[in-house]
Design a protein around this ligand. Sequence first.
Ligand SMILES: C[S@@+](CC[C@H](N)C(=O)[O-])C[C@H]1O[C@@H](n2cnc3c(N)ncnc32)[C@H](O)[C@@H]1O
Ligand SMILES: [Zn+2]
Length: 273
Amino acid sequence: MLYLCPLCHAHLQNEDKSMVCNAGHRFDLAREGYINLLPVHHKRSKDPGDNVEMIQARREFLDSGHYEPLRSLITSQLAQWLPENAPTMLDIGCGEGYYTSAFGELVKQRDGECYGLDVSKAAIRMAAKRYMSVNFCVASSQRLPFDDNSLDAVVRIYAPCNSKELQRVVKPGGVVITAVPGPEHLYELKALIYPQVRLHPEHSELLAGFSLAGSLPLQTTLQLTGKEAGALLQMTPFAWHASEETKAALFSKASFTCKADFLIQVWQRDSLV
Ligand SMILES: C[S@@+](CC[C@H](N)C(=O)[O-])C[C@H]1O[C@@H](n2cnc3c(N)ncnc32)[C@H](O)[C@@H]1O
Ligand SMILES: [Zn+2]
């Protein structure tokens, strides 16, 4: 495993059920197999990241398979960009691991290592319990516990990141694959909550140190049950703005149709000159 000590940045080595650096900083592997590399003084709150309710809603919704086209598209991009021999990759803000598990299976076929990182301990615990082909850690995307130039690819699906950290850890020629909402993402769901729906802005942000190598829009129409639509709402930040009546009405619907609109972008790390 490639981990660095979050306290002194030395390499961590396996020792029994822990990982230890030369300076003696020790991090225990949890029963579920993940490692917590988020020191208390790096936390912004007691339980940073998504809470248990959001993660459970995310798992319930993702398990229904409606976002499988997104997972397949990103996995096929990874299959194209990752080296054939022993690739290393990281899913940043991996949540409960639905996408990461598919990346892990791909990387395993190539004798590589797949990492999943999230600041939410509840998310990582749930991910590690279910998915064995991934090394999961609790850490922040603001301080990645990985060496310089150590990763062939980083995936970032709706998760915060720090572009300086991405520049540091991705190998020259390696890629960052991002998924962000397209303009009409979840339009009908937002229409239940906001009197006037604002479209998601078109993404034209650049990623410093990387060049855009591909841009793939993905649009689908989701045919949901009311329960699935309720879980979808619950896993988004729109849930904070929805009244209890709106949520209850959505849950009790027999069906709900909604657009999903994603933009997948591939950013290639510039070569060092
Ligand atoms: C919208 S969710 C996306 C989760 C997953 N990628 C998916 O699409 O199912 C964003 C995730 O980022 C995590 N997160 C938030 N701030 C973070 C940070 N600073 N470092 C790492 N993860 C973070 C949250 O805990 C949450 O799991
Ligand atoms: Zn250390």
